[in-house]
Design a protein around this ligand. Structure first.
Ligand code: ATR
Length: 276
């Protein structure tokens, strides 16, 4: 017999009020006429383990997990996907029929699927990628670029040691460069990705001068503002750009498909939805 319950899913974090995920999944649920619900759930770290044991008993089929639960999710999982293991954090959980849950990370695939949708001509093998930043977002981007077949990644971070340690983990396709060399490095990069918070509203600017050749693709994970100074400079120089909002939408696709059984589309109307 099919599960007689209405399928439920949640985004779990602490605090949680800022999450856009309920809008994204709510839109898809109604678009596809699925009798399910997706809610935001504020759960303190001390209550997280117990919550993850109780939720499937209440009809939850899965969840997104966000700060501060991304690492704890990996530790508690019955199964961890290889990409979540390599990225070192989970953002999507599927409860298993036999008990426990599978932990996945869909940030990297969301990043690359957004690039593929917005810049279909981008060819991963065309040349090196320049990645700015070595935090959690960078780990997902590095995984996805290597998985897509990028031949080399020039990695720059203000704190060089963090970039060096990512090289240790992700292997010798990563070349660490000095933060002061980022403008120079744009000459050889076929793809430029900002994973730092620089350029975000309220944060310091990203100081970089693009010396890129025609055909270079420039993308920024920052989407407030939507057109960052990096993207504006790239556009002024005739380079192709992709903004960061789509990654947020695309990372939600695999979770929705696993929980509700339908693969949803990311379309233009959804961009307006999360910006409201
Ligand atoms: P996230 O999970 O979003 O990647 P994070 O792990 O806090 O967040 O990483 C933030 C990134 O932005 C890091 O690469 C950080 O550089 P450091 O490792 O040197 O801290 C980068 N960043 C933040 N503020 C910066 C600044 N003022 N100048 C240069 N880089 C900065």
């Amino acid at each position: 017999m099919k599960n007689p319950r209405v399928p439920l899913a949640a985004v779990i974090g602490w605090p949680i009020s800022h999450s856009k995920s309920p809008r994204i999944h709510g839109h898809w649920l109604s678009k596809h006429g699925i009798a399910g619900h997706y809610i935001a759930m504020g759960i303190e770290p001390a209550a997280f383990k117990d919550t993850m044991q109780q939720l499937p008993k209440l009809g939850f089929v899965g969840a997104n997990v966000t700060i501060p639960h991304k690492e704890a999710t990996l530790e508690l999982a019955a199964e961890v996907t290889p990409r979540a293991k390599q990225i070192g954090a989970a953002n999507t959980v599927v409860f298993l029929p036999e008990g426990g849950f599978r932990a996945d990370n869909t940030d990297g695939i969301g990043f690359i699927n957004n690039l593929r949708q917005k810049a279909p001509d981008w060819d991963a093998s065309a040349g090196p990628a320049l990645v700015l930043g070595a935090g959690g977002a960078s780990r997902a981007v590095l995984w996805s670029l290597l998985d897509a077949g990028v031949p080399q990644i020039l990695l720059a971070n203000r704190t060089r040691e963090r970039a060096e340690s990512l090289k240790q983990e992700f292997g010798n396709k990563i070349s660490v460069i000095e933060w002061s060399e980022i403008s120079e490095a744009t000459k050889s990069a076929a793809l430029i990705v900002n994973t730092t918070s620089l350029g975000m509203t309220g944060q310091p600017p990203l100081e970089i001068t693009l010396h890129s050749k025609a055909g270079t693709l420039v993308t920024d994970l920052v989407y407030t503002p939507m057109t960052t100074e990096l993207l504006r400079q790239a556009q002024d120089k005739g380079l192709q750009t992709v903004d960061g909002l789509g990654m947020l939408l695309h990372q939600a696709v695999p979770g929705f498909e696993a929980w509700f059984g339908t693969r949803p589309e990311v379309d233009e109307t959804m961009r307006a939805l999360v910006l409201e």
